[in-house]
Design a protein around this ligand. Structure first.
Ligand code: GLN
Ligand code: ZN
Length: 767
């Protein structure tokens, strides 16, 4: 029996890669230093895995930015617009690479970056390959060969190069021209893969891992044929090296037959996400194929339950014999924080339930040890699992009972929207095209330093709160002068929209070093939900009521919704996600009610991430949308009709989920649309969205200040698709990352645009 790993975090335990890349971009370090830091990270990673006792250790899983972009460079898939970068940069590969990732605005050039999107259903973002109709492929970068050479020196035969597989590589990309389908490029692509594989073999590679996550997605007939074609063609031209196909994040389902019959040496399946697939895979697996069992969760922070994993391992061994079984994490450990040993402040009882990447390697090796008959590691594991299963830190009967007792009525506002809308019109007396913002105002260095000083103890609570109050008063005065209709308090007291709530809720913990790569040099440190969630006290009432007292205008309360809190945290794996979400929903619901009691008339519950949670397989989506929408409704429905509930979403690709968005029944929804010139609103041309809506009229992701005329024209477009009396005027997201000068200029234009819209665009029910 072998063990393997599919990929290891490459940011470095102290985020060295982030710092090195950012220094290189800023011109503070040179190329040699950047490469040196990268080399050290790779060597350390290999040593860690070697010492842990892993048999097949990945190389080429390292990347300066993203492994899909690495693949584009490897295959020479470089969009034409970057040619001038190579010209000015003397063909420097890394500068071309970073230009593709980040765009290039220097040396008289202004070239946009390639598009970035989420890798399957993770929070990792990859750079989307761009294909043209006559796309050619050829080996363009030596990175994989160089990294293999280095890995071989440290690891010998254990070094296993990792590549994005040819079919998934095409499928995760995009056609940049009309008139062809990217999957048809497979015929041109396969010969280059053959060449790469043969070169690695000549260098000494025994195993090569090809990541084909798309095998676990819904595939068209053509996609399926591409898999069969590609691997048959490769098998015909390659021999003497073992190919391993890695699938993850979902079950193979209808692709099982294809997957197990591909002419390769081994197949990896994810038994954490989809343990149910083992049965079918074992039933269909042909003689000789080796099976890699992904039993250790590569996407979460919990200790493996050895008994559970061993049950799968034993089942596989019974059918295949131990020689054909490989034990592995479920997916690349890229998605896990690096080392739990660095966490010195976590409650030791809870820490004993957790495992980060380094600890997961040990788990893989211990599972092999136990499977081979040495039960030594089993006892301690059983104890930890049992302690978590029964701990009072996790289990709060009252919370469980309350979730179990949620009724349909708890998830419904008292009256239907038209009744509520009438009440709101009378109560708030807002003009047509009311203006508002999404919540945050620029978080200047001053504000960040304030928080840092307070955390360090350099400021007393009194001093800190006074400073936040002053900042809040200032933005309220400014919004009043500007003539914004519904004000916000600016969120100066918040570090992050999830962390702020997690810190105040029971059942959450925070790590010091639990960083995970999100994209390029950007890393996130998600909170960990370890126990039943409850709300010991009010979380936002103090700040919102303080702000409300400073003005005669409406002050919007600002909360983060349950699905977004769930999506952006490490979650419990000992209960279904919908139960955890409902616990959070009840906590936030109580906060909404507390705000209402404190006299706040409008409350926004941000659900920035509802769409991100959509399952990869279509068949699973309705169930997810059902519970996600219901959790939002539970959050929003504790209040009286007279209270106006807003929600906000950071996207508007609503076409496929528009009915579910409507079913959330928020009185007002604000969404992102400005970058697409309201094109995304086309979902609304075949679906009559019933409630009020604020399609963002300007893009906050750029410092550019839009003119009044541009915004009026966007509003006019919106009014063509939606009833004008239901339209709000707002930016497309929070302004936290912007600077003040552009924010002020843009919002002034926005208020003027609303005024002009009131004069120009006719609104039903007014004269
Ligand atoms: N209220 C939050 C803000 O304005 C919403 C941010 C978001 O949607 N990502 O910052
Ligand atoms: Zn947003």
């Amino acid at each position: 029996m072998l063990t393997q790993n599919l990929g290891y975090p490459r940011i470095g335990g102290q985020r060295q890669l982030k710092k090195a890349c950012e220094s290189y971009w800023a011109g503070k370090i040179g190329l040699e230093e950047l490469h040196q830091i990268a080399r050290i990270i790779r060597e350390e990673n290999w040593q860690t895995q070697l010492v842990a006792g892993i048999d097949l250790i990945p190389c080429n899983d390292f990347s300066y930015y993203d492994q899909v972009l690495d693949t584009s460079l490897l295959l020479g898939v470089i969009p034409q617009r970057y040619a001038p970068v190579s010209a000015v940069k003397g063909n420097s590969e890394i500068d071309l690479y970073f230009a593709m990732a980040r765009g290039y605005q220097k040396d008289g050039l202004d070239i946009t970056a390639m598009e970035m999107t989420k890798w399957m259903d993770t929070n990792y973002h990859y750079i989307v390959p761009e294909f043209t109709a006559h796309q050619s492929f050829k080996i363009h970068s030596e990175k994989v060969f160089n990294e293999y050479t280095a890995a071989r020196q440290t690891l010998g035969d254990k070094a296993k190069p990792v590549l994005v597989g040819p079919v998934s590589y095409l499928l995760v990309g995009k056609e940049k021209e009309q008139g062809f389908e990217r999957i048809d490029l497979i015929k041109n692509l396969v010969p280059v893969y053959v060449e790469i594989i043969n070169r690695l073999k000549q260098q000494g590679a025994q195993w090569i891992q090809l990541d084909e996550p798309c095998l676990a997605l819904d595939l068209s007939k053509k996609d399926k044929e591409a898999f069969e074609y590609a691997y048959r063609a490769i098998a015909e031209q390659v021999s003497g090296v073992k190919l391993l196909i890695a699938t993850y994040f979902e079950a193979l389902l209808d692709n099982t037959q294809i997957a197990v019959n591909l002419p390769v040496a081994a197949l990896h399946v994810d038994l954490v996400r989809a343990p149910e697939q083992l049965e079918e895979v074992l039933a269909l697996i042909p003689a000789n194929l080796q099976l890699s069992l992904g039993v250790v969760d590569g996407r979460n922070v919990w200790k493996n339950d050895y008994e559970k994993s061993l049950a799968y391992i034993h089942k596989a061994v019974a059918k295949l014999g131990s020689d054909r079984v490989i034990i592995a994490p479920s997916c690349s450990l890229l998605h896990s924080p690096i080392d739990l040993d660095l966490e010195t402040a976590i409650d030791p009882e809870i820490k004993n339930w957790m495992a980060f990447a380094k600890q997961k390697l040990k788990e893989v090796v211990e599972l092999k040890q136990i499977a081979a008959g040495d039960n030594a590691p089993l006892e301690a594991n059983k104890k930890a699992i049992e302690s978590r299963r029964t701990s009072q830190k996790v289990h709060k009967q009252q919370v469980k009972d309350r979730v179990a007792a949620i009724t349909e009525a708890d998830a419904s506002r008292k009256s239907a929207f038209p009744v509520r809308q009438q009440l709101h019109r009378e109560r708030f007396n807002l003009p047509a095209f009311p203006t508002t913002t999404i919540g945050s105002f620029p978080q200047t260095d001053d504000i960040r330093q304030l928080r840092a000083k307070f955390k360090k103890g350099d400021l007393t609570t009194g001093q800190y709160e006074k400073a936040i109050e002053d900042a809040t008063i200032e933005v309220i005065r400014w919004q009043e002068e500007l003539g914004i209709d519904v004000l916000v308090h600016g969120e100066f007291e918040r570090n992050d929209m999830v962390e702020y709530f997690g810190e105040q809720l029971d059942g959450f913990l925070f790590t010091k070093n639990g960083w995970v790569q999100s994209y390029g040099s950007r890393c996130v440190k998600p909170p960990v939900i370890f126990g039943d969630v409850s709300r010991p006290q009010d979380m936002t009432v103090r700040w919102i009521t303080f702000a409300a007292k400073q003005t005669q205008k409406q002050m919007k309360g600002m909360l983060t919704g349950p699905v977004t809190i769930l999506q952006w945290s490490f979650v419990r794996d000992d209960q279904p996600r919908d139960i955890t979400t409902n616990q959070i929903a009840l906590a936030i619901r109580d906060e909404v009610v507390a705000l209402e009691k404190a006299g706040i008339g409008i409350v926004q519950i941000d659900e920035a991430a509802i769409r991100e949670g959509l399952p990869l397989r279509k068949a699973k989506r309705p169930h997810y949308l059902d519970w996600a929408v219901k959790a939002f409704r539970v959050t929003a429905s504790g209040v009286e009709d007279k209270t106006q509930i807003h929600t906000h979403m950071c996207y508007s690709e609503f076409n496929d989920i528009i009915e579910h968005i409507a079913a959330m029944d928020a009185d007002v929804i604000t969404i992102e649309t400005s970058r697409s010139q309201m094109e995304l609103l086309h979902a609304f041309s075949h679906f009559e969205y019933p409630n009020e809506i604020g399609p963002g009229v300007y893009d906050i992701h750029s410092p550019r200040v839009p003119s009044k005329e541009e915004m009026v024209s966007l509003l006019t477009k919106a009014a063509d698709l939606l009833p004008a009396q239901n339209l709000w005027v707002n930016p497309d997201c929070g302004l936290k990352t912007r600077k003040w000068p552009e924010t002020k200029a843009a919002l002034e234009n926005m208020v003027q645009a609303a005024k002009q819209a009131r004069e120009q665009i006719s609104v039903a029910g007014t004269i």
